[in-house]
Design a protein around this ligand. Structure first.
Ligand code: ADP
Ligand code: MG
Length: 263
C-alpha cells in the first residue's frame, strides 16, 4: 500500500519548511442544547478544554456523546448557547467563519465528483482569488505531500477510498489552515486502509504541524494517533490526557470501561 511506503519520509523532508502557523485552542464553559421546552436535549454540558498549538487531539466517546456537535461549534458551523472558544487570544465568535482558517474533513468524503483531484484541491484557493501560478505550485506540493503524485488528473471515481480521503485532506490543507478538524475521517474505509491512514495522519501532522482535532469512536485509533485524548460521554468531558494517562490511569468508571474495550 502506497502510504505505508517507508520512502515517504524522504520525499517529505522537503516539506519541513512548510509548517503551518498553528494556534492554541481554549474552550470555556461551552453549553449546547438542541430543541426547546420538554423536547430539548442537552448535547454539551460545561465543556472546558485547553489544547496547545500543534496538538493532535482525538475526541473519543460513544455515539451520541456530543463529539460532532463540539467539532461543529469549534468550526463555527453550529452556535452554542453559552461559553467561549478562543483561537489564540481571540474569541472565535468574533472571527468570521471564512476568516477562521479552519480545514475540515468529514466522514463521507465530499469531493466534487465532476472535478479532477487537482481541481478539488485547488478549489478553496480559487474561491479565495489565489492566482493560478500559486495555485498550481500549492497543488503540486500537496500532491507530493499526500503521496498522490500522478493522480492529479483523475476523477474521484478513478481512485481508491483511501486516496480519496487523502485528497480531502489535501483540499482542507490547501488554504493553509491554522486548525484542522476531522470528523471520523476514516470511518467509511475498511480496516486495512484505516490502519495505513492512521500512521500516515501522524506523519502528516509531524510535517505540517497544524493544531488538529479528530473525532473517532475507535479507541485504538485514538490511542495510536493522538498526542492528547479527550474522552466524552453524554455531553461531558470524562477525562483529558495523553493516551497512556487515559489508558493506564482512567479517572472514572466510564473511562475505565470504555477504554477497556480495546484489546
Ligand atoms: P456524536 O458525534 O458523539 O455521535 P453528536 O454530537 O452528533 O454525537 O450528537 C450528540 C447528541 O445531540 C445526539 O443525541 C444527537 O441526536 C443530538 N443532536 C445532534 N445534532 C442535533 C440537531 N441538529 N438537532 C437535534 N439534536 C441533535
Ligand atoms: Mg459524530
Amino acid at each position: 500500500v502506497e502510504w505505508r511506503d517507508q520512502n515517504g519520509m524522504t520525499s517529505s523532508k522537503k516539506h519541513s519548511s512548510r509548517k503551518l502557523s498553528s494556534v492554541p485552542i481554549k474552550i470555556r464553559h461551552l453549553h449546547k442544547t438542541f430543541g426547546e421546552g420538554s423536547e430539548s436535549f442537552i448535547a454539551l454540558r460545561d465543556i472546558n478544554l485547553d489544547f496547545e498549538a500543534g496538538a493532535l487531539v482525538a475526541l473519543v466517546g460513544p455515539s451520541g456523546s456530543g463529539k460532532s456537535t463540539l467539532l461543529r461549534i469549534i468550526a463555527g458551523l453550529e452556535t452554542c448557547d453559552n461559553g467561549q472558544i478562543l483561537f489564540g487570544d481571540e474569541d472565535a465568535t468574533n472571527i468570521r467563519v471564512q476568516d477562521r482558517r479552519i480545514g475540515f474533513v468529514f466522514q463521507h468524503y465530499a469531493l466534487f465528483r465532476h472535478m479532477t483531484v487537482e481541481q478539488n484541491i485547488e478549489f478553496g484557493l480559487k474561491i479565495r482569488g489565489v492566482d493560478k501560478k500559486t495555485r498550481k505550485k500549492k497543488v503540486a506540493e500537496l500532491l507530493d505531500l499526500m503521496q498522490l503524485s500522478g493522480l492529479g488528473h483523475r476523477f474521484p471515481s478513478q481512485i481508491s477510498g483511501g486516496q480519496r480521503q487523502r485528497v480531502a485532506l489535501a483540499r482542507s490543507l490547501a488554504p493553509d489552515p491554522s486548525v484542522l478538524l476531522l470528523d471520523e475521517p476514516f470511518a467509511a474505509l475498511d480496516a486495512k486502509v484505516r490502519r495505513g491512514l492512521r500512521a500516515w495522519l501522524r506523519r502528516l501532522h509531524e510535517e505540517v504541524g497544524v493544531t488538529t482535532i479528530f473525532v473517532t469512536h475507535d479507541q485504538l485509533e485514538a490511542l495510536e494517533v493522538a498526542s492528547t485524548l479527550v474522552v466524552m460521554n453524554r455531553g461531558r468531558v470524562e477525562q483529558v490526557g495523553t493516551p497512556s494517562e487515559v489508558y493506564d490511569n482512567p479517572q472514572t468508571p466510564f473511562v475505565m470501561s470504555f477504554m477497556g474495550e480495546v484489546n
